[in-house]
Every structure is written in structure tokens, then in C-alpha cells.
Design a protein around this ligand. Sequence first.
Ligand code: PAF
Length: 282
Amino acid sequence: MEVIRTVKELKTRVAELKAQGQQVGLVPTMGALHSGHRSLIERSCRENGATVVSVFVNPTQFNNANDLATYPRTEEADCALLEDAGVTIAFIPSVEEIYPEPDTRQFDLGPVAEVMEGPMRPGHFNGVAQIVSKLFYIVEPNKAYFGEKDFQQIAVIRRMVDILGLDVEIVDCPIVREADGLALSSRNVRLTPEGRAIAPAIHRVLDESRGWKPGMSPAEVTDKVIALINSTPGLEVEYYQIVDSLTMQPVDRWPADGEPFAVGCVTVYCGDVRLIDNIKYC
Ligand code: PAF
């Protein structure tokens, strides 16, 4: 595996790989890699001749300075995982390398970015669009891989690809969970032992709620999910919304056969750790 830190060198190497006829997969990450990332990376390695993984804690997508400062940074362990997974290139740039000058682009991300994480984290999705579009321009991958834990993020990235007219296939990959159901996340390392013990209740309730669908409306399921998660001392729901899986707009009835499925998206505070998860109602 090659570790590359500059845009110029990365472009040169990717051009060489493409000249050899390799299809290139890109897995953008912010490091602190775990088995969830690994599943994306392994899929890219299976589906492409060369896989580039970027490891970059992108400052423009953080709307909270403390969150940026405390975001885990584990470069040595990340490189070991990437090497073991068979990655071709680990791209680990500095902030100055990616943003030699401030990125002032404002993306018109539309309704997909105006709900849930949009109002909760002002500027977050614009920052995601900035970094992911930069990576797409640098690598020009055939395919790029994203985890469904950040379900809304995938819709936003698809929108960004549409408005920029980029030629890249977005591949969404299923959530990877601990044995007790907790969705893998780089933030899980910040959970206290007590927090770690109660956090699986989030997925337990979401999973159970799939069974309520025949007899209850989306609004009733929403209320019950929030009440049940909040009934676990130590967990506090920030939002739970059941939305159309393509438009991200809240649904007031369950979709008919042939319509896009509904997905329930939740964020929950477990102490000061903000956990995110979702469940498909299909
Ligand atoms: O999902 C993430 O880890 C980040 O938002 C991403 C896509 C790597 C952009 O920084």
C-alpha cells in the first residue's frame, strides 16, 4: 500500500493506474477506522482493480469546534487496517493541502439537506459536499462507497453529483453492527461503560418498530419510538423522523408497493455522545 499526502502525487499515481486499465474505487473516510469502514473498503477492493481510501478529518463539515477537536485521530492503526484490507493507496493529506485557500463554494443541495441533520448541524452538508466533490475531482473514481448509517448524507452526495454533473457511481453499503445491535461508529469509543451498555436500546427499539407498521401510522410509530428510547435513562432523542428514502421528506402514510420505501432516521444523545442510526421500513 502506498501512503500519499499530496494532491499532485495522488493525481499522478491514479493516472498511472487508469492508464494500466484499472477501474478505481474511492472510499472517503475521516479515519478512526472500524469494521464498518472495512466492509466498504473490502467491497471496493472486490469491485475495482485499485482502491483509494482518503483519511481526512474535514474541518468544514464540523459546526462545533469541540467536536472537531475531540474527533478521534488514529493514523497508525488506520494504516494497519488499510494495508491488511488490501488498499492500493491511502490518501492522508493535511488541511492546508486540501484547502490551500478557504473553500467558499455554497451548494444548492435542496430539500434533501433541509431536514433532520440539515437544521441540526448548519453548514454540515455544505462542508461534506465541499470535501467529497474535491476528492471526486482529484481521484475521478469510477465508484465511491458510503455507509448507510449516514443515510441522509448519501442522498446529499447524490444531489451534489447531479448538480455538478459528475460521472461517478455512488454505492451505498449496509450498516455494520456490534453483536448487540449498536451501529458501528468512530464516536462509539467516546461512550462511557454505562453509555455503551444502554446504547443498543436504540437499535432494539427501531427494529421492534418495524413490527408496528401494519396497525400504526408513521406519526404514531414516530411518537412511540421517541417515547421508548427516552424511557431508557441516559438516552435522549434529538429527533426521529420517518422519511421517503429518496427525497428525505417526512411521510404521512406508508408507501405503496413500487414507491420508494420509508426509512426512520434517529439521533440520540447518550451522555454527550451524539449517536445516529436508522431503520428501513420495507
Ligand atoms: O461520513 C464521513 O465519514 C464523512 O462525512 C465523509 C463522507 C468522509 C466526508 O468527510
